[in-house]
Write a protein that binds this ligand. Structure first.
Ligand code: EPU
Length: 437
């Protein structure tokens, strides 16, 4: 079977013997727009708690390609290395407007650069961004948003060319869907656009708030963060001297470990998280019969009822149930007693992983691209599987942990795009997992 790295997991079929503590890393989806915001600064941008994952390396390469000096733990010749998780980005005098197509295509988060590059250089050239195979992932909202701010859009040679020779100007823009990265990149563009921008039906995710709050600290005029209407009065470059932007805890990684604790553990403490960001998950788990102790920065899974209750899961924009936890959660639903339903409202290609869980013994039916039913409890058995994307890959790992026998998960480069030191962290809880190849 073709593979770029694989995890070999020895399952321990429902013995629920995982225990201990695990520390959550900084959030990929906060760190990516944080790096992109470097274009808004006249001097420097300092970041801390950045996760060591491949999407961040790709983002750093894109920024270097644009003319930035990017320093990290590895240091730069002649300079002392920064501590782990610390990065420093300084833009050069000449800033390119062209994103390296090969790198940009690899991950969807590259799209957060569009607004800052366009606003700073009055132009941006980029390919259709890639990322996980979880649906169509169009970019129409981005293009319409930039047009509203005064850019013209053309498409040739497989690339989009956005231009605003006079610079961007403020405008009112209504998002047809609450898009996380479109809100982030347009908010950043508006920081340098002249005049007032009003973003309506904006995303309210914690990552949007964290981004906006730091920009305010650095001098941006932004109001309405955390609501669906964000107002920005722009026109001036920001200053990042003497400021360090701390990346917020990864709520998806945290939630995945909490689900793992509910699946296979007792007294599992998930640390360094923000429990406020995980209320939809903790409410659902409590409803199912999982006993949790919730502190502001730590969730401990104490145990669970012998029979877990099934639930009707419906993904939703924040603060609703995150689509990125839908696949890991489905693994837990295979162990609940009775029929659960899954309604994936955000993406239309995010239920395919259920076919693989079925191969492992799950009883599941996919009704259409958005809806499925899972019936449990069913024992799972180890299989050789191929990770199709980041979150489904993690779900296969969770399934492997509670399956009978050995599971091999191929294509772990997807998982490593978003989860820092995943096998080390799992092994720390008692999971028998090794990486090969
Ligand atoms: N949409 C459009 N047109 C657009 C943009 C989005 O129709 O121009 C639609 C999408 O197809 C989707 C909906 O709007 O149906 C919402 O998608 P959104 O734009 O919010 O997703 P995203 O910003 O591309 C971010 C995360 C995803 C996460 C989603 C939803 C980053 C880098 N990515 O994506 O994370 O699933 O928000 O919360 O922040 C992941 O980390 O594995 C991941 C996929």
């Amino acid at each position: 079977m073709a593979s770029s790295g694989k995890f070999v997991i020895k399952g321990s079929a429902n013995s629920r013997n995982l225990t201990g503590e695990v520390k959550v890393s900084g959030a990929k989806n906060d760190a990516l727009p944080a790096f992109a915001s470097a274009l808004l600064f006249k001097d420097e941008l300092n970041l801390s708690n950045v996760p060591a994952i491949s999407d961040i390396d790709a983002m750093a390469k894109l920024l270097s390609g644009l003319g930035a000096t990017v320093e990290s733990e590895g240091g730069e010749s002649g300079r002392p290395a920064l501590p782990a998780g610390r990065w420093k980005v300084v833009l050069g005098k000449k800033i390119s407007s062209t994103l390296d197509p090969e790198i940009a295509k690899r991950f969807r988060g590259s799209i957060t650069l569009l607004g800052p590059v366009l606003a700073r250089t009055h132009e941006v050239v980029f390919p259709h961004p890639g990322g996980c195979v979880i649906g169509e992932r169009p970019i129409d909202i981005f293009l319409k948003g930039f047009e509203a701010l005064g850019a013209t859009v053309t498409e040739h040679d497989n690339r989009y060319h956005l231009k605003a020779p006079e610079g961007l100007h403020g405008a009112e823009f209504f998002f047809k869907y609450q898009s996380v990265t479109a809100t982030e990149t347009l908010m950043m563009a508006a920081v340098l656009a002249k005049g007032k921008t009003v973003l309506k039906n904006a995303a309210m995710e914690p990552e949007v708030i964290a981004l906006g709050e730091f920009l305010i600290q650095a001098g941006a005029k932004i109001t309405g963060l955390g609501s669906n209407t964000i107002e920005i009065v722009g026109g001036e470059l920001l200053s990042g001297q003497n400021l360090v932007r701390e990346i917020i805890p990864d709520r998806i990684e945290a939630g995945s470990f909490v689900i793992l604790g509910a699946l296979a553990g007792k007294n599992v403490a998930v640390k360094n998280l923000n429990a406020n960001h995980l209320q939809s998950l903790t409410n659902t788990l409590t409803e199912m019969g999982v006993q949790l102790e919730i502190k502001p920065d730590q969730i401990t899974i104490l145990g669970r009822a012998e029979k877990l209750k099934p639930v009707n899961l419906r993904t939703h924009e924040y603060p609703g149930f995150p689509t990125d936890l839908q696949a890991p959660m489905a693994v837990l639903l295979t162990q609940a007693s009775g029929r659960s339903t899954i309604f994936e409202t955000i993406f239309e290609g995010r239920l395919g992983y259920l076919e693989t869980l079925k191969m492992m013994g799950a009883q599941a039916w996919i009704h259409d691209p958005h809806q499925a039913t899972v019936e449990g409890p069913t024992p799972l058995s180890g299989q050789e599987v191929v990770s199709p994307d980041l979150r489904a890959g993690l779900a296969y790992i969770l399934a492997g942990i509670v399956a009978n026998g050995q599971t091999i998960v191929h294509n772990v480069h997807y998982v490593e795009r978003g989860y820092e030191k995943i096998e080390e962290k799992l092994a720390g809880l008692g999971v028998q997992i090794v990486k090969e190849g």
